[in-house]
Design a protein around this ligand. Structure first.
Ligand SMILES: CC(C)(COP(=O)(O)OP(=O)(O)OC[C@H]1O[C@@H](n2cnc3c(N)ncnc32)[C@H](O)[C@@H]1OP(=O)(O)O)[C@@H](O)C(=O)NCCC(=O)NCCS
Length: 204
């Protein structure tokens, strides 16, 4: 389900600005696209990891592509959860294309596409910087950790610590990657939590 192509003006010279026509597509990644994204994520201490099967059809995924060259610029993976919850599990712009506004296009476009489902969007992220800027300006409420997210909300606590964890960890690739990254990249995997509540329809 492609969105309207967007023309993105990138840094070039003032006399010769570079432009790129990009499109957000809601589709599984091809195997080569998944291999590229997974190889870069394997080096990242901020993302646990998602398997080839998840990137190529098992999950609801979005890609941002250069329409002229077909080049993959970024990918986003959502995890539809039990109840009325959805996790934006990965927002990833390929290393060579960061800092040009693609992260914002990817997250904003995916959220607008998902909005009619009226699910609560959950997003975990591990560092300040572009991700925090993006989620705040997309309207998410940001909690410094899981404890603050569930404090005084027993429903959230039960959901996060049992239902969510069980669904999220039911993947051998992820468990293996978390172990490897803890060992090799010294990751702690402590995340901030961002929540975007479903907007209620205005009453008529
Ligand atoms: C996080 C990520 C998706 C951002 O993508 P990007 O294309 O580089 O980001 P953008 O160029 O769209 O910038 C998004 C916003 O963050 C801001 N930003 C960029 N770097 C920043 C920084 N270091 N600190 C604060 N804000 C920053 C930008 O100014 C922009 O805000 P604006 O639109 O209001 O100007 C990308 O860096 C990435 O893939 N990182 C690795 C994966 C990751 O950590 N993902 C998050 C966990 S799921």
């Amino acid at each position: 389900m492609p969105t309207q192509p967007m023309l993105v003006r990138e840094a070039g010279t003032a006399a010769d600005p570079q432009t790129r026509e990009v499109e957000l597509q809601r589709r599984p990644l091809t195997r080569p696209e998944a291999a590229e994204v997974m190889a870069q994520i394997r080096r990242s201490p901020k993302i646990t990891g998602y398997s080839t099967a998840e990137w190529t059809g098992r999950r609801d995924t979005f890609v941002l592509v250069d329409l002229t060259s077909g080049e993959l610029l970024g990918a986003l993976l959502t995890h539809h959860l039990a109840g009325n919850w959805c996790e934006i599990a990965v927002v990833f712009v390929l290393e060579a294309h960061r800092g040009r506004g693609y992260g914002r296009l990817l997250l904003g476009g995916a959220l607008r596409t998902l909005a009619p489902s009226r699910k609560r969007q959950l997003l975990f992220f591990s560092a300040e910087g572009a991700m925090e800027t993006m989620v705040r300006s997309a309207g998410f409420e940001v909690f410094p950790d899981e404890d603050s997210f569930v404090r005084g909300r027993p429903g959230r606590s039960i959901y996060l610590r049992s239902i969510y964890k069980a669904q999220w960890l039911s993947n051998i690739y992820r468990i293996r990657e978390m172990r490897r990254k803890r060992r090799e990249l010294d990751c702690s995997f402590t995340f901030k939590v961002a929540l975007l509540e479903t907007k209620k329809e205005p009453s008529k």
